[in-house]
Design a protein. Structure first.
Lengths: 123, 302, 478
């Protein structure tokens, strides 16, 4: 599995990378969730990838594979947007047009909306 | 000012002499002689309890040559009262004894009523609050300063000086001679202020090149060497050193890193390793070649 | 805004646009593309010329850029190449580096090395004595020296024996003689010499062949910066800190080698992975800690051995007490913050300080508070104030604030029976002796007379040692 490889330090993460940062590099895994994962496996927040015993890495990999992260989490968001679009709401339409959905001005400063608001949302 | 230790006049002021001495008729000397920071009661206790434990030389140290009996008299007025000596003169006498313990002559008019006497006038410049540091050090400190944080710059300068005095004596490179008349290298760490000043003065350029726009004809500028004043020379040299420091790699972290790098560069200057010497050389060479320009018509005396 | 295309580009385009459609049929696909693009775009034309979009520049060739304003024109390029960055840990090592001697400082005539008797004799109050070299190495091993102290200025590590020092050493000696444990907390204002007093206590212990266990900074245990794990089978759950404990065992071994090499084990430790029979040297037990995994187990075994009957007295010291008198930054698997007293090593210290785990061979448990770097620990502060008032037999013992909820019952229980030693400034005599030492080392370049001593003593806030050092040693007026 992709995540399996992703967390093993030899493949993707440098051994000096903080475990917390490594976890947060996954989509839908932010500071809160990563802190909880760390606490669950008794890893202190300043631990680096190189200091983790292989046993803990395996446990973390198993934990990550049971969480809704990366593509699974993305698909949920896409489904939500698609539902809005299908029932023809204003928000769905704004997403389809790549414009802000919550009443912001559109004269300028809509770069975030342009980047993110689309029916097949990636980020 | 070596104190004149003469106990005889003090004894004359004690109350068992029937006639009080004339010059001690002013009131309140005893009160004025005691400083506000001095907690007399505690000090008395300390002296009483510890004087028996200390070796004899230490007792002598405290009393500045007084025998212990005199000292105990001076520190315990109650005992004296009990013996029947009660008068303001007695207090005066005790205060004079106290002055003697500070190493002062109580009969000196300058001392009268002052705990440590009056200072010798005119005051030396380092006694003035605004001139207490060496002028070169003040100048360098202000050049170290960033964002107006003088206090931080002063701490940095103190770290630099401490580094210089704890570093081994520099090995002076004969190819890079220091200012003539400088002390030998082995003496430098003992006097960090002159170490620093010597380093700066040695690399300081004598001139700067001033470009007169358009004087050379055809829009070309005319380079003319100009002499620098001592303060300007030091400023240029120190800024060159700071430039060299900024180019160097930082090996550590923390707030002592920057002053350490500056100090290392200063040692490098004295040892002739620093790139600042090349800068000085270039400026001097330019100046030598440009000195012919001083004969330009614009600079001729009319 | 200027037009994005320059005139030359438009001129290039002109022939193809002008050609009639039928003439283009036989031409290459590239040419068709030119014909079908908008007349004001040269992109495809240029792409075709360079072989179909292979070039890096997607916008094609010649597009005239508008007049750009260059901001920060005079700003120098500061990203100069400065070579290789220091290896991981090097920067911190520089920050924590401790220099203990300065060959430029003058050797002080008449400076004698400490002997065990020196620190007990009240006649030696207000003298400066140097630390013997062997003890310096031991003190370094237990990290008793701090980088903020002024050791690097003098030729040889030396210290001032204060009246408080002599008093504390005598109390330690008395406690060891009666096989009791002196439990004491050193408090006081900033830089009054609290850590220094701990160092002096450790010196005394080393000189008298005690066993010394020192935790140099309490914060290293509770700021969630070292590894932790729940101890299996403990109820309520306690946590061990394997990596730190491994480091601690190594420090104990290195510092107490002289004492430990004479001792051998009196108990069997079947739970250890390595078989250590009864009667084997204690150093072997200490040496068996190689990996963090079993460090805590070995530490427990070592502790049992060290506190067995017939051993030398022990000194257990910790600096930065308030860090271990609070809820730590670690979290349990249930995502709750762990109280510092649930960490096994901290618990060991707190129990020793509280009197639960007394040393059968006598000794001392010393803790020093810190003022520079300390989190707020209201319960600790209150408890220490209360103990101080009780010791002074004051009429009014401070009471807890009834409107404050942040008190910690566990902390108050831990500090219920400790003694408190409050440090303040040194006396003028001590200040004079200290300044004479500075002057004799060639560091202070003024005559030390009554007025100079009084000046520095006053500048130092009535003899606060650290402030006096700042006023005299770390100044621009050298």
């Amino acid at each position: 599995m992709v995540i399996n490889q992703a967390l093993s330090p030899r493949n993707n993460f440098h051994e000096l990378k903080l475990v917390k940062k490594a976890l947060e590099s996954f989509y839908a895994l932010g500071p809160q969730a990563s802190a909880r994962v760390l606490a669950k496996y008794s890893i202190h927040p300043r631990a680096k990838m190189g200091s983790l015993p292989p046993k803990t890495i395996t446990a973390l990999t198993a934990e990550l594979s049971s969480m809704t992260i990366e593509n699974e989490a993305r698909r949920i968001v896409q489904d939500n947007i698609k539902r809005l679009r299908d029932i023809g709401t204003y928000r769905g339409r704004r997403h389809a047009m790549g414009l802000p959905a919550r009443g912001q001005n559109t004269k300028n400063q809509i770069e975030t909306a342009k980047r993110l608001n689309r029916v097949d949302r990636k980020g | 000012m070596p104190p004149r230790l003469n106990l005889w006049p003090t004894c004359r002021a004690l109350a068992f002499r029937t006639r009080p001495a004339n010059q001690w008729s002013q009131p309140c000397i005893a009160a004025r002689a005691r400083s506000f920071a001095d907690r007399t009661s505690n000090n008395n206790n300390n002296n009483n309890t510890t004087s028996s434990q200390w070796p004899e030389h230490r007792n002598a140290d405290i009393a500045a040559g007084l025998p212990p009996s005199m000292l105990s008299k001076s520190t315990t007025p109650e005992e004296i009262d009990a013996a029947g000596f009660t008068s303001t003169e007695n207090e005066k006498a005790l205060s004079q004894l106290q002055l003697v313990t500070y190493g002062l002559n109580p009969f000196d008019p300058a001392v009268d009523g002052h705990k440590y006497g009056l200072p010798d006038l005119p005051l030396p410049s380092e006694m003035h609050m605004k001139h207490r540091y060496d002028p070169a050090i003040v100048q360098f400190t202000k050049l170290l300063m960033q964002d107006g944080k003088l206090s931080k710059a002063q701490r940095d300068m103190a770290i630099i000086l401490n580094y210089l005095r704890s570093s081994p004596p520099p090995k002076i490179n004969p190819a890079r001679p220091l200012v003539p008349g400088s002390p030998p290298a082995s003496h430098l760490p003992l006097d960090p202020v002159s170490y620093l000043t010597l380093a700066i003065d040695s690399v300081a350029p004598l001139i700067r090149i001033r470009a007169y726009k358009g004087l050379a004809g055809g829009g070309a500028s005319l380079d003319v060497p100009m002499p620098l004043a001592a303060r300007q020379r030091r400023r240029t040299a120190f800024q060159w050193i700071l430039d060299a420091v900024n180019k160097k790699k930082s090996k550590g972290s923390g707030r002592t890193m920057f002053p350490h790098r500056v100090a290392e560069e200063i040692v490098a200057v004295v040892e002739g390793r620093s790139s600042v010497w090349d800068k000085r050389h270039i400026v001097h060479k330019l100046g030598t070649s440009a000195r012919a320009n001083l004969n330009h018509q614009a600079f001729r005396r009319r | 805004m200027s037009a994005p295309n320059c005139l030359r580009c438009l001129l290039q385009l002109r022939p193809s646009v002008a050609l009639p459609r039928h003439l283009l049929v036989a031409r290459s696909t590239a040419a068709i593309a030119i014909a079908w693009t908008a007349p004001f775009s040269t992109t495809t034309a240029n792409n075709a010329k360079t072989g179909g979009g292979g070039s890096k520049d997607k916008t094609g060739g010649h597009i005239r850029a508008g007049k750009k304003i260059k901001l920060g024109k005079f700003k120098k390029n500061t990203t100069a190449d400065r070579g290789k960055a220091p290896a991981p840990g090097e920067r911190k090592a520089f920050r924590k580096k401790i220099l203990l001697s300065n060959n430029n400082a003058l050797p002080v005539p008449g400076l004698v090395d400490l002997t065990p008797e020196h620190m007990l004799d009240p006649q030696n109050a207000a003298t400066v004595l140097s630390i013997p070299d062997a003890v310096v190495d031991q003190l370094r091993a237990v990290e008793a020296f701090k980088p903020t102290q002024c050791w690097g200025v003098f030729r040889k590590p030396s210290m001032l024996l204060r009246t408080e020092t002599i008093d504390l050493m005598n109390r330690m000696k008395g406690a060891a003689k009666q096989k009791q444990t002196l439990r004491l907390v050193v408090t006081g204002d900033r830089i009054t010499g609290k850590s220094m007093l701990l160092l002096q206590a450790m010196t005394h212990a080393f000189l008298n062949d005690w066993i010394v266990v020192n935790i140099p900074e309490g914060q290293e245990l509770t700021t969630a910066s070292t590894e932790y794990a729940a101890i299996p089978g403990s109820d309520p759950v306690r946590y061990m800190q394997q990596t730190y404990v491994l480091k601690l065992i190594q420090a104990i071994r290195k510092a107490n080698e002289k004492v430990l090499s004479k001792l051998s084990t009196v108990q069997s430790h079947p739970e250890l992975p390595q078989h250590i029979p009864v009667g084997s040297p204690l150093m072997q037990l200490a040496n068996s800690a190689k990996e963090a995994d079993n460090a805590w187990m070995i530490f427990q075994a070592l502790w049992q051995e060290l506190t067995a009957r017939g051993r030398p007295p022990m000194l257990f010291a910790l600096d930065g007490l308030s860090h271990i008198m609070k809820v730590s930054d670690y979290r349990s698997p249930a995502f709750e913050l762990i109280h510092a007293h649930d960490l096994a090593l901290v618990r060991l210290f707190v129990e020793s300080l509280g009197g639960a785990g007394a040393f059968p061979n006598g000794g001392a448990v010393l803790a020093a508070t810190s003022r520079g770097n300390s989190p707020r620990a209201p319960s600790m502060e209150l408890a220490l104030q209360q103990r101080e008032a009780e010791q002074a037999k004051a009429a009014d013992v401070p009471q807890p604030d009834p409107f404050f909820r942040g008190y910690d019952e566990r902390v108050q229980a831990a500090l219920r029976t400790v003694q408190v030693l409050k440090l303040s400034g040194i006396s003028k005599l001590e200040a004079r002796v200290l300044m004479e030492y500075w002057a004799a080392s060639g560091i202070l370049r003024t005559t030390v007379d009554e007025s100079a001593v009084s000046e520095k003593w006053t500048l130092g806030g009535n003899g606060v040692v650290g402030e006096m050092e700042r006023a005299a040693l770390l100044t621009m007026r050298l």
